[in-house]
Design a protein around this ligand. Structure first.
Ligand code: NDP
Length: 405
Protein backbone atom coordinates (compact mmCIF):
# COMPACT_ATOMS: atom_id res chain seq x y z
CA UNK A 1 0.00 0.00 0.00
CA UNK A 2 2.64 2.59 0.89
CA UNK A 3 5.56 4.00 2.82
CA UNK A 4 6.02 5.36 6.35
CA UNK A 5 8.86 7.46 7.69
CA UNK A 6 9.36 6.62 11.38
CA UNK A 7 11.27 9.30 13.30
CA UNK A 8 12.96 8.22 16.55
CA UNK A 9 14.62 4.91 17.37
CA UNK A 10 13.83 4.46 21.06
CA UNK A 11 11.50 2.16 22.99
CA UNK A 12 8.28 3.18 21.27
CA UNK A 13 9.84 3.32 17.81
CA UNK A 14 11.06 -0.25 18.17
CA UNK A 15 7.46 -1.44 18.68
CA UNK A 16 6.17 0.69 15.79
CA UNK A 17 8.83 -0.79 13.52
CA UNK A 18 7.99 -4.37 14.58
CA UNK A 19 4.26 -3.77 14.11
CA UNK A 20 4.69 -2.13 10.69
CA UNK A 21 6.79 -5.12 9.62
CA UNK A 22 3.99 -7.45 10.78
CA UNK A 23 1.72 -5.64 8.30
CA UNK A 24 3.69 -5.52 5.07
CA UNK A 25 0.54 -5.18 2.94
CA UNK A 26 0.05 -1.71 4.41
CA UNK A 27 3.65 -0.79 5.24
CA UNK A 28 5.50 -1.93 2.12
CA UNK A 29 8.46 0.24 2.93
CA UNK A 30 9.62 2.09 6.04
CA UNK A 31 12.49 4.41 6.79
CA UNK A 32 13.72 4.59 10.41
CA UNK A 33 15.37 7.95 10.98
CA UNK A 34 16.86 9.22 14.23
CA UNK A 35 19.66 11.18 15.81
CA UNK A 36 21.73 8.06 16.47
CA UNK A 37 22.02 6.11 13.22
CA UNK A 38 23.36 3.00 14.98
CA UNK A 39 20.02 2.56 16.81
CA UNK A 40 18.16 2.70 13.48
CA UNK A 41 20.55 0.19 11.93
CA UNK A 42 20.21 -2.15 14.92
CA UNK A 43 16.41 -2.13 14.46
CA UNK A 44 16.77 -2.74 10.74
CA UNK A 45 19.08 -5.66 11.40
CA UNK A 46 16.59 -7.24 13.84
CA UNK A 47 13.79 -7.13 11.26
CA UNK A 48 15.71 -7.77 8.07
CA UNK A 49 14.40 -10.61 5.95
CA UNK A 50 10.71 -9.72 6.24
CA UNK A 51 8.51 -8.43 3.43
CA UNK A 52 8.63 -4.77 4.51
CA UNK A 53 11.64 -3.03 2.96
CA UNK A 54 13.62 -1.04 5.56
CA UNK A 55 15.90 1.96 5.08
CA UNK A 56 17.63 3.97 7.78
CA UNK A 57 18.85 7.56 7.98
CA UNK A 58 20.60 9.82 10.45
CA UNK A 59 18.31 12.76 11.17
CA UNK A 60 18.25 15.70 13.55
CA UNK A 61 14.51 16.35 13.58
CA UNK A 62 15.00 19.69 15.33
CA UNK A 63 16.02 20.93 11.86
CA UNK A 64 12.96 21.31 9.64
CA UNK A 65 15.07 21.54 6.47
CA UNK A 66 16.72 18.20 7.23
CA UNK A 67 13.32 16.57 7.75
CA UNK A 68 12.07 18.09 4.48
CA UNK A 69 15.15 16.79 2.64
CA UNK A 70 14.61 13.26 3.99
CA UNK A 71 10.88 13.33 3.13
CA UNK A 72 11.71 14.48 -0.40
CA UNK A 73 14.22 11.70 -0.78
CA UNK A 74 12.11 8.85 0.76
CA UNK A 75 8.66 10.09 -0.41
CA UNK A 76 6.58 8.60 2.46
CA UNK A 77 2.77 8.67 2.64
CA UNK A 78 2.88 9.34 6.37
CA UNK A 79 5.41 10.43 9.00
CA UNK A 80 5.16 8.66 12.38
CA UNK A 81 6.81 10.90 14.96
CA UNK A 82 8.02 8.78 17.87
CA UNK A 83 11.01 10.97 18.71
CA UNK A 84 10.40 13.37 21.59
CA UNK A 85 7.67 16.00 22.07
CA UNK A 86 10.27 18.74 21.38
CA UNK A 87 10.36 17.74 17.70
CA UNK A 88 6.59 17.87 17.01
CA UNK A 89 6.50 21.32 15.42
CA UNK A 90 9.60 21.01 13.25
CA UNK A 91 8.26 17.71 11.92
CA UNK A 92 4.76 19.18 11.38
CA UNK A 93 6.36 22.07 9.47
CA UNK A 94 8.20 19.57 7.28
CA UNK A 95 4.97 17.64 6.62
CA UNK A 96 3.26 20.88 5.59
CA UNK A 97 6.11 21.79 3.26
CA UNK A 98 5.96 18.39 1.56
CA UNK A 99 2.23 17.53 1.76
CA UNK A 100 2.66 14.38 3.87
CA UNK A 101 0.34 13.14 6.67
CA UNK A 102 1.56 13.31 10.28
CA UNK A 103 1.03 11.08 13.37
CA UNK A 104 2.47 11.50 16.88
CA UNK A 105 1.96 10.18 20.42
CA UNK A 106 2.71 13.21 22.61
CA UNK A 107 1.88 16.91 22.52
CA UNK A 108 4.57 19.47 21.62
CA UNK A 109 6.64 20.66 24.57
CA UNK A 110 8.90 23.69 24.51
CA UNK A 111 12.27 22.48 25.89
CA UNK A 112 12.45 25.08 28.68
CA UNK A 113 8.95 24.80 30.25
CA UNK A 114 6.73 21.78 30.90
CA UNK A 115 3.24 22.77 29.68
CA UNK A 116 1.41 19.64 28.48
CA UNK A 117 -0.93 21.56 26.21
CA UNK A 118 -2.09 21.32 22.61
CA UNK A 119 -2.17 25.07 21.85
CA UNK A 120 0.89 25.05 19.58
CA UNK A 121 -0.28 22.07 17.55
CA UNK A 122 -3.94 23.13 17.37
CA UNK A 123 -2.67 26.41 15.90
CA UNK A 124 -1.75 24.36 12.77
CA UNK A 125 -5.38 23.37 12.06
CA UNK A 126 -5.98 25.79 9.22
CA UNK A 127 -2.59 25.17 7.63
CA UNK A 128 -3.14 21.39 7.53
CA UNK A 129 -6.70 21.87 6.27
CA UNK A 130 -5.46 24.17 3.49
CA UNK A 131 -2.71 21.71 2.56
CA UNK A 132 -5.27 18.87 2.38
CA UNK A 133 -3.32 16.66 4.81
CA UNK A 134 -4.11 15.01 8.14
CA UNK A 135 -2.27 15.48 11.42
CA UNK A 136 -3.34 12.86 13.97
CA UNK A 137 -2.25 13.95 17.45
CA UNK A 138 -1.66 11.68 20.41
CA UNK A 139 -2.08 8.23 18.86
CA UNK A 140 -0.40 6.31 21.68
CA UNK A 141 -2.23 4.68 24.61
CA UNK A 142 -2.75 7.65 26.86
CA UNK A 143 -3.23 9.91 25.02
CA UNK A 144 -4.53 7.75 22.22
CA UNK A 145 -6.50 4.63 23.03
CA UNK A 146 -8.05 6.38 26.04
CA UNK A 147 -9.59 8.98 23.68
CA UNK A 148 -10.78 6.23 21.33
CA UNK A 149 -12.33 4.40 24.33
CA UNK A 150 -14.27 7.54 25.26
CA UNK A 151 -15.40 8.14 21.67
CA UNK A 152 -16.56 4.49 21.52
CA UNK A 153 -18.52 4.87 24.76
CA UNK A 154 -20.08 8.08 23.46
CA UNK A 155 -21.03 6.48 20.13
CA UNK A 156 -22.50 3.22 21.47
CA UNK A 157 -23.54 3.57 25.10
CA UNK A 158 -24.28 7.14 26.19
CA UNK A 159 -26.51 10.04 25.24
CA UNK A 160 -24.44 12.23 27.55
CA UNK A 161 -21.13 11.53 29.24
CA UNK A 162 -20.84 13.31 32.59
CA UNK A 163 -17.68 11.94 34.15
CA UNK A 164 -14.53 10.23 32.88
CA UNK A 165 -11.85 8.74 35.13
CA UNK A 166 -8.85 7.45 33.21
CA UNK A 167 -6.88 4.93 35.25
CA UNK A 168 -3.36 3.95 34.14
CA UNK A 169 -1.94 1.13 36.22
CA UNK A 170 1.41 -0.54 35.82
CA UNK A 171 1.92 -3.55 38.06
CA UNK A 172 5.18 -4.43 36.29
CA UNK A 173 8.36 -5.00 38.27
CA UNK A 174 11.77 -4.54 36.60
CA UNK A 175 13.79 -5.27 39.71
CA UNK A 176 15.65 -1.90 39.77
CA UNK A 177 15.17 0.35 42.80
CA UNK A 178 14.36 3.24 40.43
CA UNK A 179 13.84 3.44 36.68
CA UNK A 180 11.25 5.02 34.42
CA UNK A 181 9.30 3.00 31.86
CA UNK A 182 9.62 5.54 29.11
CA UNK A 183 11.81 8.56 28.44
CA UNK A 184 12.79 9.62 32.00
CA UNK A 185 12.84 13.31 31.16
CA UNK A 186 9.26 13.32 29.88
CA UNK A 187 8.07 10.91 32.59
CA UNK A 188 9.53 12.87 35.51
CA UNK A 189 8.37 16.21 34.11
CA UNK A 190 4.85 14.80 34.01
CA UNK A 191 4.84 13.43 37.55
CA UNK A 192 6.50 16.36 39.33
CA UNK A 193 4.08 18.86 37.79
CA UNK A 194 0.95 19.94 39.69
CA UNK A 195 -2.08 17.67 39.32
CA UNK A 196 -5.05 19.18 37.49
CA UNK A 197 -8.54 18.04 36.61
CA UNK A 198 -11.53 19.41 34.77
CA UNK A 199 -14.79 20.10 36.60
CA UNK A 200 -17.81 22.12 35.47
CA UNK A 201 -15.88 24.05 32.85
CA UNK A 202 -12.95 24.87 35.14
CA UNK A 203 -9.49 23.44 35.75
CA UNK A 204 -8.71 22.63 39.37
CA UNK A 205 -5.05 22.36 40.40
CA UNK A 206 -3.77 20.07 43.11
CA UNK A 207 -0.22 19.83 44.53
CA UNK A 208 1.84 17.04 42.85
CA UNK A 209 0.65 13.56 43.89
CA UNK A 210 -1.55 14.94 46.67
CA UNK A 211 -4.78 13.12 45.67
CA UNK A 212 -4.59 9.40 46.31
CA UNK A 213 -7.14 6.56 46.18
CA UNK A 214 -7.04 2.77 46.15
CA UNK A 215 -8.65 1.10 43.14
CA UNK A 216 -9.12 -2.62 42.64
CA UNK A 217 -8.13 -3.21 39.02
CA UNK A 218 -9.19 -6.26 37.03
CA UNK A 219 -6.34 -8.80 36.66
CA UNK A 220 -4.01 -6.62 38.75
CA UNK A 221 -5.70 -6.12 42.12
CA UNK A 222 -5.89 -3.12 44.46
CA UNK A 223 -3.36 -0.37 43.77
CA UNK A 224 -2.62 3.14 44.99
CA UNK A 225 -3.61 5.56 42.25
CA UNK A 226 -2.63 9.24 42.21
CA UNK A 227 -4.29 12.14 40.41
CA UNK A 228 -2.11 13.65 37.67
CA UNK A 229 -2.68 16.06 34.84
CA UNK A 230 -2.44 14.33 31.48
CA UNK A 231 -2.71 15.89 28.05
CA UNK A 232 -5.81 14.02 26.84
CA UNK A 233 -7.84 15.80 29.53
CA UNK A 234 -7.49 18.99 27.50
CA UNK A 235 -8.72 17.56 24.20
CA UNK A 236 -11.47 15.44 25.79
CA UNK A 237 -12.80 18.46 27.72
CA UNK A 238 -13.27 20.18 24.35
CA UNK A 239 -14.34 17.24 22.19
CA UNK A 240 -16.76 15.41 24.52
CA UNK A 241 -19.69 17.80 24.62
CA UNK A 242 -21.41 18.17 27.97
CA UNK A 243 -18.74 16.36 30.03
CA UNK A 244 -18.68 17.71 33.58
CA UNK A 245 -15.65 16.08 35.16
CA UNK A 246 -12.52 14.41 33.79
CA UNK A 247 -9.62 13.10 35.85
CA UNK A 248 -6.51 11.04 35.20
CA UNK A 249 -5.02 8.59 37.70
CA UNK A 250 -1.76 6.67 37.65
CA UNK A 251 -0.32 3.98 39.92
CA UNK A 252 3.05 4.45 41.62
CA UNK A 253 4.80 2.13 44.03
CA UNK A 254 6.07 3.48 47.36
CA UNK A 255 9.72 2.84 46.45
CA UNK A 256 9.36 4.78 43.18
CA UNK A 257 7.82 7.74 44.99
CA UNK A 258 10.46 7.73 47.76
CA UNK A 259 13.28 7.83 45.21
CA UNK A 260 11.52 10.54 43.27
CA UNK A 261 11.04 12.65 46.40
CA UNK A 262 14.75 12.48 47.23
CA UNK A 263 15.80 13.29 43.66
CA UNK A 264 13.38 16.23 43.65
CA UNK A 265 14.57 17.48 47.05
CA UNK A 266 18.20 17.54 45.92
CA UNK A 267 17.33 19.30 42.66
CA UNK A 268 17.97 16.42 40.25
CA UNK A 269 14.56 16.67 38.56
CA UNK A 270 14.92 20.35 37.68
CA UNK A 271 14.84 21.52 34.07
CA UNK A 272 16.58 24.81 35.00
CA UNK A 273 20.13 24.75 33.57
CA UNK A 274 23.03 24.87 36.08
CA UNK A 275 26.73 25.46 35.42
CA UNK A 276 28.92 22.47 36.29
CA UNK A 277 32.70 22.72 35.75
CA UNK A 278 32.18 25.55 33.29
CA UNK A 279 29.54 23.73 31.27
CA UNK A 280 25.79 24.34 31.37
CA UNK A 281 23.83 21.18 32.13
CA UNK A 282 20.17 20.45 32.87
CA UNK A 283 19.90 18.28 35.99
CA UNK A 284 16.98 16.23 34.64
CA UNK A 285 18.91 15.46 31.44
CA UNK A 286 21.92 14.38 33.50
CA UNK A 287 19.64 12.16 35.59
CA UNK A 288 18.31 10.60 32.36
CA UNK A 289 21.88 9.74 31.37
CA UNK A 290 22.52 7.76 34.56
CA UNK A 291 19.15 5.99 34.86
CA UNK A 292 18.57 2.65 33.10
CA UNK A 293 17.58 3.07 29.46
CA UNK A 294 13.81 2.30 29.27
CA UNK A 295 14.56 0.10 26.25
CA UNK A 296 16.72 -2.12 28.51
CA UNK A 297 13.83 -2.90 30.91
CA UNK A 298 12.09 -5.28 28.52
CA UNK A 299 13.77 -8.55 29.46
CA UNK A 300 13.54 -7.77 33.21
CA UNK A 301 9.95 -6.61 33.57
CA UNK A 302 7.31 -9.02 34.84
CA UNK A 303 3.62 -8.34 35.49
CA UNK A 304 0.81 -6.52 33.74
CA UNK A 305 -0.51 -3.09 32.87
CA UNK A 306 -4.16 -2.13 32.93
CA UNK A 307 -5.21 1.16 31.34
CA UNK A 308 -8.83 2.14 30.89
CA UNK A 309 -11.65 4.64 31.27
CA UNK A 310 -14.41 4.54 33.86
CA UNK A 311 -17.28 6.50 32.39
CA UNK A 312 -20.52 7.76 33.96
CA UNK A 313 -23.42 9.41 32.20
CA UNK A 314 -26.94 8.98 30.94
CA UNK A 315 -28.62 6.76 28.33
CA UNK A 316 -32.34 7.02 27.56
CA UNK A 317 -32.85 9.14 30.65
CA UNK A 318 -31.25 6.52 32.95
CA UNK A 319 -27.88 6.78 34.75
CA UNK A 320 -25.29 4.49 33.17
CA UNK A 321 -21.73 3.39 34.01
CA UNK A 322 -19.17 1.77 31.75
CA UNK A 323 -15.53 0.70 32.13
CA UNK A 324 -13.41 -0.19 29.11
CA UNK A 325 -9.79 -1.26 29.56
CA UNK A 326 -6.88 -3.19 28.17
CA UNK A 327 -4.63 -5.52 30.14
CA UNK A 328 -1.19 -6.08 28.72
CA UNK A 329 1.45 -8.52 29.96
CA UNK A 330 5.05 -7.23 29.99
CA UNK A 331 6.61 -10.60 29.27
CA UNK A 332 4.22 -11.44 26.43
CA UNK A 333 5.12 -8.11 24.81
CA UNK A 334 8.79 -8.87 25.23
CA UNK A 335 8.39 -12.30 23.67
CA UNK A 336 6.60 -10.79 20.67
CA UNK A 337 8.56 -7.62 19.90
CA UNK A 338 11.44 -7.41 22.42
CA UNK A 339 9.93 -4.50 24.44
CA UNK A 340 8.03 -4.10 27.70
CA UNK A 341 4.33 -3.23 27.83
CA UNK A 342 4.73 0.57 28.19
CA UNK A 343 6.46 0.85 24.84
CA UNK A 344 4.13 -1.80 23.39
CA UNK A 345 0.92 -0.07 24.45
CA UNK A 346 2.20 3.16 22.84
CA UNK A 347 3.74 1.71 19.69
CA UNK A 348 0.78 -0.44 18.63
CA UNK A 349 -1.71 2.49 18.53
CA UNK A 350 0.87 4.67 16.74
CA UNK A 351 1.07 2.01 14.00
CA UNK A 352 -2.74 1.71 13.95
CA UNK A 353 -3.15 5.51 13.63
CA UNK A 354 -0.79 5.53 10.65
CA UNK A 355 -2.61 2.53 9.19
CA UNK A 356 -5.99 4.31 9.54
CA UNK A 357 -4.58 7.22 7.52
CA UNK A 358 -2.86 5.06 4.91
CA UNK A 359 -6.03 3.04 4.34
CA UNK A 360 -8.00 6.28 4.03
CA UNK A 361 -10.29 5.36 6.96
CA UNK A 362 -9.19 8.26 9.18
CA UNK A 363 -8.23 10.83 6.63
CA UNK A 364 -9.54 14.37 6.61
CA UNK A 365 -7.66 17.60 6.13
CA UNK A 366 -6.72 19.33 9.37
CA UNK A 367 -5.28 18.63 12.82
CA UNK A 368 -7.25 16.16 14.95
CA UNK A 369 -7.13 14.30 18.23
CA UNK A 370 -8.06 10.62 18.08
CA UNK A 371 -11.52 11.04 19.64
CA UNK A 372 -12.60 13.17 16.68
CA UNK A 373 -12.68 10.15 14.35
CA UNK A 374 -15.01 7.11 14.15
CA UNK A 375 -13.69 4.86 16.95
CA UNK A 376 -15.01 1.55 15.54
CA UNK A 377 -12.25 0.69 13.03
CA UNK A 378 -9.58 1.63 15.59
CA UNK A 379 -11.26 -0.51 18.29
CA UNK A 380 -11.33 -3.47 15.86
CA UNK A 381 -7.67 -2.91 15.03
CA UNK A 382 -6.75 -2.90 18.75
CA UNK A 383 -8.24 -6.39 19.07
CA UNK A 384 -6.46 -7.53 15.94
CA UNK A 385 -2.99 -6.08 16.52
CA UNK A 386 -2.28 -6.97 20.13
CA UNK A 387 -4.26 -4.72 22.50
CA UNK A 388 -7.61 -6.45 23.06
CA UNK A 389 -10.02 -4.57 25.32
CA UNK A 390 -12.66 -5.63 27.82
CA UNK A 391 -15.86 -4.01 29.05
CA UNK A 392 -17.63 -3.88 32.41
CA UNK A 393 -21.08 -2.32 32.72
CA UNK A 394 -21.11 -2.26 36.53
CA UNK A 395 -17.63 -1.11 37.54
CA UNK A 396 -16.57 0.17 40.95
CA UNK A 397 -16.68 3.96 40.76
CA UNK A 398 -14.03 6.25 42.20
CA UNK A 399 -16.66 8.62 43.60
CA UNK A 400 -19.70 6.46 44.28
CA UNK A 401 -22.83 8.55 44.42
CA UNK A 402 -23.87 8.84 48.07
CA UNK A 403 -27.38 7.50 48.67
CA UNK A 404 -29.36 9.54 51.21
CA UNK A 405 -30.64 7.46 54.14
P1 NDP B 1 13.11 7.23 23.87
O1 NDP B 1 13.88 8.24 24.63
O2 NDP B 1 13.31 5.77 24.12
O3 NDP B 1 13.33 7.47 22.30
C1 NDP B 1 13.29 8.74 21.70
C2 NDP B 1 14.02 8.64 20.38
O4 NDP B 1 13.93 9.91 19.74
C3 NDP B 1 15.50 8.30 20.50
O5 NDP B 1 15.83 7.37 19.50
C4 NDP B 1 16.16 9.65 20.26
O6 NDP B 1 17.44 9.58 19.68
C5 NDP B 1 15.23 10.25 19.26
N1 NDP B 1 15.41 11.69 19.18
C6 NDP B 1 15.47 12.58 20.20
N2 NDP B 1 15.72 13.82 19.72
C7 NDP B 1 15.79 13.69 18.37
C8 NDP B 1 16.02 14.61 17.32
N3 NDP B 1 16.24 15.91 17.55
N4 NDP B 1 16.04 14.14 16.06
C9 NDP B 1 15.84 12.83 15.79
N5 NDP B 1 15.62 11.92 16.75
C10 NDP B 1 15.60 12.35 18.02
O7 NDP B 1 11.56 7.61 24.07
P2 NDP B 1 10.29 6.65 23.95
O8 NDP B 1 10.46 5.78 22.77
O9 NDP B 1 10.02 6.08 25.28
O10 NDP B 1 9.14 7.73 23.66
C11 NDP B 1 8.90 8.22 22.35
C12 NDP B 1 7.72 9.18 22.37
O11 NDP B 1 6.56 8.50 22.80
C13 NDP B 1 7.87 10.37 23.33
O12 NDP B 1 7.40 11.53 22.70
C14 NDP B 1 6.98 10.02 24.49
O13 NDP B 1 6.49 11.16 25.15
C15 NDP B 1 5.88 9.28 23.77
N6 NDP B 1 5.09 8.39 24.63
C16 NDP B 1 3.73 8.42 24.51
C17 NDP B 1 2.94 7.60 25.29
C18 NDP B 1 1.47 7.55 25.06
O14 NDP B 1 0.81 6.64 25.58
N7 NDP B 1 0.86 8.43 24.31
C19 NDP B 1 3.52 6.71 26.31
C20 NDP B 1 4.96 6.66 26.29
C21 NDP B 1 5.70 7.50 25.48
P3 NDP B 1 18.76 9.18 20.55
O15 NDP B 1 18.68 7.71 20.60
O16 NDP B 1 19.89 9.69 19.76
O17 NDP B 1 18.62 9.86 21.89
Amino acid sequence: MGKALIIGAGGVSSVVVHKCCQNPDVFEEICIASRTLEKCDALKEKLAGGQTKIQTARLDADKTDDVIALINQFQPDVVINVALPYQDLTIMDACLATGVHYVDTANYEPPDTAKFEYSWQWAYRQKFADAGITALLGSGFDPGVTGVFVAYAQKHYFDEIHQIDIVDANAGDHGYPFATNFNPEINIREITANGRYFENGKWIETPPLSEKKVYDLPEIGPKNIYLLYHEELESLSVNIKGVKKIRFWMTFGDSYLNHLKVLENVGMTSIEPIVYEGKEIIPLQFLKAILPDPASLGPRTKGKTNIGCIIQGVKDGQPKTYYVYNVCDHQECYAEVGSQAISYTTGVPAMIGAMMIMKGIWKKPGVFNVEEFDPDPFMDALNKYGLPWKEDFAPTLLDPVKVQA
